[in-house]
Design a protein around this ligand. Structure first.
Ligand SMILES: [Zn+2]
Length: 245
């Protein structure tokens, strides 16, 4: 599917040809993937969300009320997400923002039930170094696509010495609890009272990150948190057991 024309994309393409985020082949300025990669994208299993997302959290009830992903973090989809994460290529974020609502807005959930879109925050030093937060790029696309307001100022990421992906599963779960916090000006307040928030991230691995952010969003008064991610890492056989132990 062609992307919606943006004048800025056309101009940019004159100097920096648009490339497929998965294989780097030059493509048309209004395309997102080359035809070959688009045909190979690894879509998420068509199963109820609990089968993937609740299973990954383990035995505890998730803090979020629902979660959906468009892809599995494998092969071509994985390359495209890495291209968003490390090169800021928006193609997979746009592609997901257009298709994920079809999965999200079912079973009685409607776009107008959601009050705001919020990305998982990135710590300020990493954000300055990288120049963007990939979760925010995705949230921005979802906001643009749905017309739901984007908010980035309620929760923050504390600076950590060790990056999440270098930790073991168990370390990751306990580390995530202290990684995020409510911004001090909202401490003890309920600025999100009665709201339904769509929380966005690029990859759902252990679920610790979105689960802890969802807990903070509810501390701020939100009644519902819907998680929207581009992809999830397919559970390995003993992941869920490790989590439960
Ligand atoms: Zn390609």
């Amino acid at each position: 599917m062609k992307r919606r024309p943006r004048y800025s994309d056309f101009l940019l393409d004159l100097f920096f040809p648009t490339r497929c985020p998965a294989c780097e082949r030059v493509i048309g300025w209004n395309e997102r993937f080359c035809a070959e990669c688009e045909g190979k994208l690894e879509y998420a299993e068509p199963v109820p969300w609990q089968a993937i997302f609740h299973a990954k959290i383990g035995s505890d009830e998730p803090e979020f009320d629902r979660a959906e992903a468009l892809f599995r973090y494998e092969g071509t989809a994985r390359k495209a997400v890495l291209s968003l994460k490390y090169r800021g290529s928006r193609a997979v974020a746009e592609y997901t923002a257009e298709r994920l609502p079809e999965k999200l807005f079912t079973d009685g959930l409607e776009p107008w039930d959601i009050d705001l879109v919020m990305p998982v925050p990135m710590n300020i030093f990493k954000r300055l170094r990288r120049g963007y937060n990939q979760a925010e790029l995705f949230a921005r696309e979802l906001s643009r696509e749905s017309g739901i307001r984007l908010e980035t100022g309620y929760i923050a990421h504390r600076r950590k010495k060790v990056e999440q992906h270098k930790l073991s599963w168990r370390e990751r779960l306990s580390s995530a609890k202290s990684t995020y916090c409510v911004r001090s000006k909202y401490a003890g307040k309920k600025p999100l009272a009665g709201k339904c928030v769509m929380l966005c991230d690029d990859i759902f691995t252990s679920g610790a990150t979105v689960n802890n952010c969802a807990r903070l969003i509810k501390e701020l008064g939100a009644v519902k948190v819907i998680v929207a991610v581009i992809c999830y890492t397919p559970p390995k056989k003993n992941d869920v057991q490790k989590n439960v132990q």
